[in-house]
Design a protein. Structure first.
Length: 117
């Protein structure tokens, strides 16, 4: 089974992103944070339609990966720069529900992301 973990180094004045994936129940880990901003990763979600797509909520907004975390794209074009603490993929409507820290809840159509190859 695939599992993910994000860590923070704030206590040591380290503001890098630390996001890891294991595909063997945690026996080994691979960093998938390359290309993310130097801020905490607060939440990660797998796309239920396209198994290559991941979504993360960081202290600077939402990012998506089309290649299981090898590269990341910002999905913040129409969103304020704010910490994102929860993400829910609504499978029926192909929407990403974005819960922020004090700036409201946003909904984004993720059909183009899901269909990207």
């Amino acid at each position: 089974a695939t599992v993910y973990v994000s860590l923070t180094g704030y206590r040591e004045d380290d503001f890098s992103s630390y996001l890891f994936r294991s595909i063997d129940f945690g026996a080994s880990w691979q960093s998938i944070s390359s290309g993310l901003p130097g801020e905490s990763v607060n939440v990660i979600r797998e796309d239920p339609v396209n198994n290559q797509v991941l979504y993360v909520g960081t202290d600077l907004g939402v990012y998506a990966s089309l290649d299981q975390g090898a590269t990341w794209l910002s999905l913040c074009a129409n969103l304020p720069t704010t910490p994102v603490h929860d993400l829910v993929v609504h499978p029926r409507d192909n929407e990403l529900v974005i819960g922020t820290h004090g700036r409201s809840v946003f909904v984004a159509d993720i059909t183009p992301v899901q269909e990207a190859r």
